[in-house]
Design a protein around this ligand. Structure first.
Ligand SMILES: C[S@@+](CC[C@H](N)C(=O)[O-])C[C@H]1O[C@@H](n2cnc3c(N)ncnc32)[C@H](O)[C@@H]1O
Length: 257
């Protein structure tokens, strides 16, 4: 087992200890069903913070989606040329439990400093614990990423499963700002679900990223799930035989040779 795999296992064990000290497994799997229906059928509720309302949904988010996002983002940054080299600082926008930011930072040859920003106060302690679990030097801050002052570059900017929660005008304005930063040397990675309901804005921004020299990818990862994730997947009637997602990437150095 590598050090990062060991940290991943410890992080999940700590999440299990925390959340199952307050809730039973059936409570968490019921909450997971409700949470997945919020993501799929009641997306308009996301802007009101519905995904993280209540201990059950928070536990389901932390124990189920967190590890899936972590595995997917690790796979993505390892596959994108240059994504893990010379990253001095990482900005995790809408950091949630820190799962995705920790994945990118921990995959880097020399781990960057991390700043996680989220509007939801519950996430901040979770994110700080996740970054710590991976041995990262990190700060977390409560804020609205559409209006927050972002640190000066050079920085690698991640928005994983976050852009889709923003209202259209705010998302467009933020993406415009971030693409402009990438044209001045920052790296930029946007990750979202593969599901078609994000297609309208996705296709438009895919064209923008590609025109700016970036790339768009779809990912299908076949990997062993951590036991608690597989157990929740079965119990909630979901089917993550593969972990899927799509990404927009800008700012990596061109592949050599
Ligand atoms: C689906 S979660 C993804 C969390 C994490 N990036 C991951 O990959 O697991 C979306 C996160 O974005 C945060 N978020 C949504 N809109 C935001 C905003 N305007 N400002 C800051 N955070 C926001 C939510 O509170 C939530 O934690």
């Amino acid at each position: 087992m590598t050090a990062t795999e060991g940290a991943f296992a410890h992080w999940i064990a700590a999440l299990e200890a925390t959340h199952f000290s307050q809730l039973t497994f059936p409570e968490v799997s019921r909450a997971l069903r409700a949470l997945s229906s919020t993501y799929v059928e009641r997306r308009e509720k996301l802007a009101e913070g519905a995904a993280l309302s209540g201990a059950g949904k928070r536990a389901a988010f932390a124990l189920f989606y967190g590890p899936l996002h972590h595995l997917l983002v690790t796979h993505i940054v390892e596959a994108l040329p240059g994504a893990t080299e010379n990253v001095p600082a990482l900005l995790d926008l809408g950091c949630g439990t820190g799962a995705s930011g920790a994945a990118w930072a921990a995959a880097c040859g020399k781990p960057p400093r991390v700043l996680g920003i989220d509007r939801h106060p519950w996430t901040l302690g979770q994110a700080a614990a996740a970054y710590r679990a991976f041995g990262l030097s990190a700060t977390v801050r409560q804020g609205d990423i559409t209006t927050a002052n972002l640190p000066k570059g050079p920085v690698a900017i991640l928005a994983a499963f976050t852009m889709n929660e923003l209202a259209e005008p705010a998302r467009d304005a933020l993406l415009t700002r971030l693409v402009d930063r990438a044209s001045h040397g920052d790296r930029l990675l946007i990750v979202e679900p593969l599901a078609g309901f994000v297609a309208r804005w996705w296709n438009r921004w895919r064209d923008t990223f590609e025109a700016a020299g970036g790339r768009a990818d779809e990912w299908r990862l076949h990997t062993a799930l951590p036991p608690i994730v597989a157990k929740l997947d079965r119990a909630a009637g979901l089917s993550h035989r593969e972990i899927t997602g799509r990404s927009l990437w800008l700012g990596g150095p061109a592949p050599q040779g």
